[in-house]
Design a protein around this ligand. Structure first.
Ligand code: F6P
Length: 319
């Protein structure tokens, strides 16, 4: 291959820039050019791209967001748009593509591979919900953002002896809620993968009160219900008054952590290696500290699972 392309798609995540940089630098190392496609699959369909030289990815390793912009592109599910994009790539002599994004973005990469256009997926999402990889780029930074916020909430919760419901991102996956809850010492954690019991949450708060603790932090992943819904239930069921804090999109921003930058570098470089070896339809991931690649179909066949041991531990530690 003489020229490949890279795009970022779906919800952005801190470390996407570091991954773009790794793709460009690794390809350059092998004498291969990289085109940066703007606005994800939208730009792919229209051939909206420019050549990324070594200097163009300088000074971005520490920046959140994505230099290439991102989009969610529902029309890319249609064959005709996929073929249109492939045509644009062929016109520009692009022979392969690295897609950095979440599982929706992987579906596009899979479709392109099946149509004979070489593609690999690099996991970039704060949700940490891509089957086959233990971590995704951006998860660690998002966690740090969340626990910094919860620590601050706890300061005021302690001072005013208030309880808080904190709503975090995660429509289908509870990793942010679970890991941040453990790291910030939350009293209860609600995630989409595990059923919850309101009586259990109430009892935890009451047990705390009985031993003189006047505040609690309850974390709810948005996929379970909204923070205000949970606050309403607690009020109606047990007359527990809580303040609600919705962390929202701050979770997707910020300078990537060291861990995310290193992960992005390793995964981005591996994606280039896989493409240059002539392989397609692969997902790149990390497993037991090793960078791996596997059939991208596994991402759709398997379902993301929350780490049950962490969930159990969180309950034990917040007794
Ligand atoms: O990218 C993943 C994610 O951050 C989810 O956690 C969240 O549910 C979703 O994106 C929000 O997306 P949008 O900004 O498009 O509403």
């Amino acid at each position: 291959m003489k020229r490949i392309a890279v795009l970022t798609s779906g919800g952005d995540s801190p470390g996407m820039n570091a991954a773009i940089r790794a793709v460009v630098r690794k390809a350059s190392y092998h004498g291969v050019e990289v085109m940066g496609i703007f606005h994800g699959y939208e730009g792919f369909i229209e051939g909206r791209m420019e050549l990324l030289d070594l200097g163009s990815v300088g000074g971005i390793i520490q920046r959140g967001g994505t230099k290439l912009f991102s989009s969610r592109c529902p029309q890319f599910k249609e064959d005709r748009y996929q073929y249109q994009g492939i045509e644009k790539m062929r016109e520009a002599n692009v022979e392969g593509l690295v897609v950095i994004g979440g599982d929706g973005s992987y579906r596009g990469a899979h479709a392109l591979s099946q149509k004979g256009f070489p593609c690999v997926g690099v996991p970039g999402t704060i949700d940490n919900d891509i089957p086959g990889t233990e971590y995704t780029i951006g998860f660690d930074t998002a966690l740090n953002t969340v626990i910094e916020s919860i620590d601050k909430i706890r300061d005021t919760a302690t001072s005013h002896e208030n309880s808080f419901v904190v709503e975090v991102m995660g429509r289908d996956a509870g990793d942010i809620a679970l890991w941040a809850g453990l790291a910030a010492g939350a009293e209860s954690i609600l995630i989409p993968e595990e059923s919850y019991n309101i009586d259990d949450i109430v009892n935890r708060i009451k047990r705390g009160e009985a031993r003189g603790k006047k505040h609690s932090i309850i974390i709810v992943a948005e996929g379970v219900m909204s923070g205000s819904e949970l606050a309403k239930i607690l009020k109606e069921k047990a007359n527990i008054i809580t303040r609600v804090s919705v962390l929202g999109h701050i979770q997707r921003g910020g300078s990537p952590s060291a861990r995310d930058r290193v992960l992005a570098g390793r995964l981005g470089a591996k994606a280039v290696e896989v493409l240059l070896e002539g392989r397609s339809g692969r997902a790149i991931g990390i497993n037991n500290h090793q960078i791996i690649d596997y059939d991208i179909e596994e991402v759709f066949i398997n379902k993301h699972k929350a780490d049950v041991t962490l969930y159990t531990l969180s309950k034990e530690l917040s007794i």
